[in-house]
Design a protein around this ligand. Structure first.
Ligand SMILES: [Zn+2]
Ligand SMILES: [Zn+2]
Length: 174
């Protein structure tokens, strides 16, 4: 016996496959990206909370996302790797680290002048040798991200902090 919510339920329960067929190019792309090991596209509702497995057609990255997050009309989610162009988490990059680290973070973010990677495209723990520009003496040098951000003995500007400690007797040039 059909109840008063029958129609709504039927709409919400529309199989993903059927939804894809009705959504042109977007539907085709999603259907091709759908690589769920547990469910067939005909078995899962397009608005379901099932965390399906997806594989990006562009970069081949595989990830899991809920059906409804991918099929919704407002801000659907896409491949996280393509979104960042880097295999990074949006909430874990050098900028978020700097923002969470007060004056020290601010200083490092200012000194970061790398021409190849945006500060959102690197992480603080990366071994990527970024380009830095010293706030104090304007010297430019390259140093791995993790050397500058580590909590114990972070590396600084080699001109302001020569090896062997600051303002020590010169050992070579005299
Ligand atoms: Zn991708
Ligand atoms: Zn310096």
């Amino acid at each position: 016996m059909p109840n008063q919510h029958g129609d709504t339920k039927r709409v919400y329960a529309k199989p993903f496959f059927e939804w894809c067929m009705q959504n042109g190019e977007r539907g085709k792309t999603l259907l091709r990206e759908f690589r769920d090991p547990e469910k067939l596209p005909t078995e899962v509702a397009f608005r379901s909370h099932h965390r399906a497995k997806w594989k990006c057609l562009k970069c081949k990255h595989a990830w899991r996302a809920k059906m409804h997050n991918r099929t919704c009309s407002v801000k659907p989610s896409g491949c996280p790797k393509c979104a960042n162009q880097m295999p990074l988490c949006r909430t874990n990059n050098f900028v978020t680290w700097c923002n969470a680290n007060g004056d020290r973070g601010k200083k490092l973010l200012k000194e970061y002048v790398d021409p190849d990677r945006e500060p959102t495209q690197v992480t603080r723990g990366s071994t990527y040798k970024a380009l830095w520009n010293c706030e104090t003496c304007e010297h430019e040098w390259r140093a791995p991200m993790n050397n500058r951000t580590r909590s114990v003995k972070p590396s600084g500007c080699p001109q302001c902090n020569p090896p062997g400690g600051p303002k020590k007797k010169r050992q070579r040039d005299d």
